[in-house]
Design a protein. Structure first.
Lengths: 343, 343
DNA sequence: CTGTTAGCGCGTTCAG
DNA sequence: CTGAACGCGCTAACAG
């Protein structure tokens, strides 16, 4: 080694007057080493400011001590909560987390040649549809530990997955809107193919049915989990269906867009029209009026996914399905403030 | 290899009827290989669904093709913009990005033993004070490529850094507030030790001085880039200094807290009191009223940092300082809508 | 309790 | 244009 390079385990061994095996033992706290030897080795490590080469460690030990997260995007209010849950759990178990955002590019184009493939990782958390079914199958066929987050396994394949009660949350919210006296309730849907979005719409439909209300297709407009898309759709909706009295948006982002569109049309929330969202994202409480929404346990979902994966890595088993409960958060956008509260 | 393991370069070589060296050549597009041989090798790779082991690659080639980002936190509106800029640039140059959030834990506790150390990375972007001066010096002494983002190098050390014109932006905003007729302008400061925050306060002070206004220490309250902290401080400020006519918050988060505090006190924005923020974060335009703020070119800063680092890795040289311009965004929270615009 | 040694999977000379 | 052989830095038997 010289000034421009990094010290290796051999440098440490030499300086401590021991073999590389001993240095490896103290680093990994494996095997039996005298307290005295440990001290000498640690002193040498500190003096040299040595850090093990993780590539070499992974190669030699066939363990990466790392779990990977594949996600479509990272620029999302949703994502920060999710990540907090995952990180926390991962670190508690002394693993490291590697994150890769696909941004819509197929997994196969990016991962295979690069640092976040299955060689650097003891298992993967797959968020929504960042990886396609075929790739999932291949990974699974090799017994590579996988946990799905907000996404179902390919047909016929058993992979543990974690999600929350989208349908029930949407059902409850729709029921709440009905209890508030609303009848013409529109729904701003999410992206096609997104499972969360699908279940939320399903919950809306079922609640309507249970309460004897017909589902009017003209009242379901596309929002794509996106404020701008939702605003456009709601503006149009307000024109063609002027007599609606409530809007339930599939997520808080589209609720935000709906709010802007409603205000633009000269109507007031909640006096003229009620509005509800889904997620209870950071934004929702700062909207004006504060948004009534469904709280999604996003951070808990992250924790559960990480915990399931680590368990899978260690024991070979995990729960096939983890379903986390959602909860109504009644604020002001529906015009019913705490009517049901603690009496 | 067997069913539960992954194929290696030797499996590919055998199947294609060539040596491992040849496989390596086609993977890395190095050396001269017949079109026919290339095709055979690629077919074998596809058939086996082979992916190179990146640990082994890094070990053998002594290049990670990866740059690392060390950041204090990832749960931040600010961060998503920054990341977008970094990712984009990194991928354009065919590098991969590894992200590590320290969450306040010292770098030395986490990185050295784990997958994101200097062995897996050809260079590092250091965001604010996620890494201390001593560690920076050590890395630098080993000629390890480093770019600092929103942070100055340790005294006496030359490291390229990227930031934007915090002081100038704050100066302009303060001048704008003065031009609006305000005189008793309070400042909600940022975290101690945060350089961005320091420069912003400095800009505020200088603008006051240039316009012949005294800096009243009682008008400077702590906000910590945090809405709750800022709200508490501003509530107190409103009591002790009831005659202030404007508040300039060091970032949009603390502006949001200030807004809540002002409203709570029964005053109106902008009629009773003007409010300005800094960053132009996503939130600011959805506040009520929409927040006048300073637009920080966060994504551009991310792009610049990545570009400088890659240049540094390739050429050994980078610009000592990249200073990106900021820009006033006049919305409604100061009560002066576009007075200066295009006349 | 400690040292020796043989790979882990790959890139890279160097021959041919 | 292609193959053989070595070594990257480390862990994991196996000896002693």
């Amino acid at each position: 080694m010289n000034a421009t390079t990094h010290p290796t385990i051999a440098d440490v061994a030499q300086r401590a007057g021991v073999s590389t095996a001993t240095v490896s033992r103290v680093i990994n706290k494996s095997g039996n080493v005298t307290a005295d030897t440990i001290a000498r080795v640690q002193a040498a490590i500190a003096a040299l400011d040595y850090a093990p080469h993780s590539g070499a460690r992974i190669l030699a030990s066939r363990r990466a001590r790392t779990i990977g997260l594949i996600t479509p995007t990272i620029s999302d209010l949703f994502f920060t909560d999710l990540l907090r849950g995952i990180e926390q759990t991962v670190y508690e178990h002394e693993y490291t987390l590697l994150i890769h955002a696909t941004h819509g590019r197929p997994y196969d184009d990016i991962i295979p040649m690069l640092p976040l493939n299955h060689h650097n990782t003891d298992g993967l958390i797959i968020f929504t549809n960042s990886v396609d079914d075929a790739r999932l199958q291949k990974l699974h066929a090799r017994h590579f530990p996988l946990v799905l987050l907000h996404r179902s396994p390919p047909a016929g394949t058993a992979m543990p997955c974690v999600t929350f009660e989208n349908k029930d949350g949407a059902f409850q919210m729709t029921a709440h809107l009905i209890a508030c006296g609303h009848r013409r309730i529109a729904f701003v849907s999410g992206p096609a193919g997104n499972e969360d979005a699908g279940w939320r719409e399903q919950g809306y439909r079922e609640a309507l049915a249970v309460h004897g209300l017909a589902v009017d297709p003209a009242l379901i407009v596309p929002g794509d989990f996106n404020a701008v898309v939702a605003a456009t759709a709601v503006t149009h909706l307000l024109h063609t269906q002027p007599n609606i009295d409530a809007i339930f948006a599939a997520d808080d982002e589209s609720a935000r867009g709906a709010l802007a569109a409603i205000r633009q049309s000269g109507r007031r929330v909640p006096q003229d029209i009620a509005l509800a969202g889904f997620d209870d994202s950071l934004l929702s409480q700062y909207l004006h009026p504060p948004l009534t929404t469904v709280r999604a346990p996003i951070e808990a979902a992250g924790r559960a996914a990480a915990a399931q994966l680590i368990q899978l890595i260690h024991t070979g088993h995990a729960d096939p399905l983890t379903l986390l409960p959602t909860e109504l958060v009644i604020r002001e956008s529906c015009g019913w403030v705490l009517v049901n509260s603690e009496q």
